[in-house]
Design a protein around this ligand. Structure first.
Ligand code: GDP
Length: 534
């Protein structure tokens, strides 16, 4: 047996790759920082907040910087904890939604959803949750900020089930909230973890109790709180969702942990529970074949590309999620899309501001390839021929804009920058065959993507650009069974020019980057009309 084949099962089984999803301000950054403490990355833990504070001081482009700040410096944080190798992938933290976030979620095997217990489920939580659910990713819940007045814990559970439509099983139970927050009761081990308000959250060993009836628990809580907790636990025993390992793994049941990230309370319990229950890297499909993570041949896919991470070096990093085998520096692999074989030389792990060369990595890990590899988002790299992962979803854009180059003498830079940023997937290009003037038409899921594009073209490529918003908000791909039937545009004519396509005046035809036909609509009414007529 080769060395890789011998080591692979162990290396794969100890890996956990996940992302934290949350609505802004629920506590994602704080939780990330505390998790890092457990990985022994203490000196780096502070840098997460430091970075956030830096970001918060940039005024003009705050949202943008915030988004860039996060994705620039920490795409993946890796640490070892209790013989597990934990890969925590960062999802961009802006309030507007973008394709970036979706793509990162293709590279994880589980997600931790942070909820502000005072607020419950917020808009962004819901959207990100939907993305995870669609992929069948197991979702863990951390109910945060119990040290502040929180909504009743049963109500929060009920909301998870009602709004998200997922069964929820509390692994621990809060003993009060706000000023009355005294700790949590671990339902599995019958231990009470008492909370003490100290700066930074001093550790106190959990107390073994016989159950919630134990005198030490009764003594620790104000009588009313104690009574409430007993009633709640009774209700849970009677009607709550029982823990079911398989259901969690299928993404149908979310284990819920209550705590306070800022006080580092309940974080370790969550991390321990998570590592025990969350799945190691799963096989992924290539066509109709499962590629097993422990198989000896290396394979992986590109889920993110970012240029100019280091403005001084103008470099470009392609992030690969390893699906199978062992990545070794300087190995060769084939890019399935182009058929070219490449040497994977400059491989790095990016940890906060620091970079470290990766010599070896396994399924579940993420490596950044630095340099001008001909890689695009969604590309498969593999040692074996014929493997192709189809992990990257495409999203129908919901806003469109023309991008004008405002300075003809800088056209080359404009073009170079635009090509690069489109490769990174910052926006999706469309072509209007009927248009008399060829100004690039771009589509995006959220308008922030356009701001990012403009800002980066100006700051990284020194181009001068202007965005002109286009009137469409919906797009549908037109599937032609027979290519002969594809719409034939007629120059100078607005709207669909195939005689047998009937559409309202605000509908137009365009082609996506692969040459497929799409119809662009101003609103749902036009779309409905189009669908009813064609
Ligand atoms: P993010 O936007 O989701 O990354 O949220 P942050 O981690 O930056 O947290 C937002 C705010 O909530 C910050 O002011 C944190 O200090 C605060 N915060 C986070 N966790 C807790 C907690 O457990 N209790 C309290 N009281 N505040 C918290």
């Amino acid at each position: 047996m080769s060395e890789v084949a011998a080591k692979a099962p162990h290396e794969v089984s100890r890996r956990r790759t996940f992302a934290i999803i949350s609505h802004p301000d629920a506590g994602k950054t704080t939780l990330t920082e505390k998790l890092l403490l457990y990985g022994g990355a203490v000196q780096l833990a502070g840098s997460v907040t430091a970075r956030k504070n830096q970001r918060a001081t940039t005024s003009d482009w705050m949202e943008l910087e915030k988004q860039r700040g996060i994705s620039v410096s920490s795409t993946v944080l890796q640490f070892e904890y209790k013989d597990c190798v934990v890969n925590l992938l960062d999802t961009p933290g802006h309030k507007d939604f973008s394709e970036d976030t979706y793509r990162v979620l293709t590279a994880v095997d589980a997600a931790v959803m942070v909820i502000d217990a005072g607020k419950g489920i917020e808009s962004q939580t819901l959207k990100l949750f939907e993305v995870c659910r669609r992929r069948g990713v197991p979702i863990f819940t951390f109910m945060n900020k119990l040290d502040r007045p929180a909504r009743p814990p049963l109500e929060l559970l009920d909301e998870l089930e009602r709004v998200l439509g997922i069964a929820a099983c509390p692994m621990n139970w809060p003993l009060g909230d706000g000023v009355d927050f005294k700790g949590v009761f671990d339902r599995e081990s019958n231990q009470v973890h008492l909370f003490e308000r100290t700066v930074g959250g001093k550790f106190r060993a959990p107390v073994n109790v016989k159950g919630i009836e134990d005198d030490s628990v009764r003594d620790a809580l104000p009588p009313l709180v104690y009574q409430r907790v007993c009633d709640e636990l009774d209700l849970l025993e009677g009607g709550g969702s029982p823990f079911d390992f398989d259901q969690v793994r299928k993404g149908q049941l979310s284990p819920v942990f209550y705590g306070s990230a800022m006080n580092n309370f309940g974080v370790q319990m969550m991390l321990d529970g998570f590592l025990k229950i969350a799945p190691p890297p799963a096989p992924r499909m290539s066509g109709d074949q499962f590629i097993e993570p422990a198989s000896p041949n290396f394979s992986g896919f590109v889920f993110k590309i970012q240029a100019n991470m280091n403005p001084k070096h103008r470099d470009r990093v392609a992030f690969i999620r390893i699906v199978s085998g062992c990545f070794q520096r300087d190995m060769s692999a084939t890019n399935t899309r182009t058929g070219t074989r490449m040497r994977l030389g400059n491989s790095q792990r990016l940890f906060a501001q620091e970079r470290e060369t990766v010599n070896e990595a396994w399924a579940g890990d993420v490596v950044g390839l630095v340099g001008n590899y001909d890689l695009q988002i969604g590309d498969t790299l593999s040692e074996e021929a014929g493997i192709k992962f189809d992990e990257m979803p495409t999203f129908p854009p919901e806003c469109f804009a023309y991008l004008h180059n405002e300075n003809t003498s800088k056209f080359k830079r404009f073009r170079e920058g635009l090509d690069q940023l489109l490769k990174e997937g910052v926006a999706q290009p469309f072509e209007l065959p009927d248009a008399a003037v060829r100004v690039p038409l771009l589509g995006a899921v959220g308008p922030l993507q356009f701001d990012v594009l403009k800002y980066r073209l100006e700051s990284e490529y020194n181009a001068e650009v202007r965005l002109e918003f286009a009137p469409w908000s919906l797009v549908r791909w037109i599937k032609e069974k027979n290519p002969e039937d594809a719409p034939k545009p007629v120059r100078g004519q607005v709207g669909p020019s195939r005689p047998n396509l009937v559409a309202s005046y605000d509908t137009t035809l365009a082609q996506d980057v692969h040459g497929n036909w799409v119809a662009l609509f101003g609103d749902k009414v036009s779309l409905g009309y189009f669908e009813s007529k064609n």
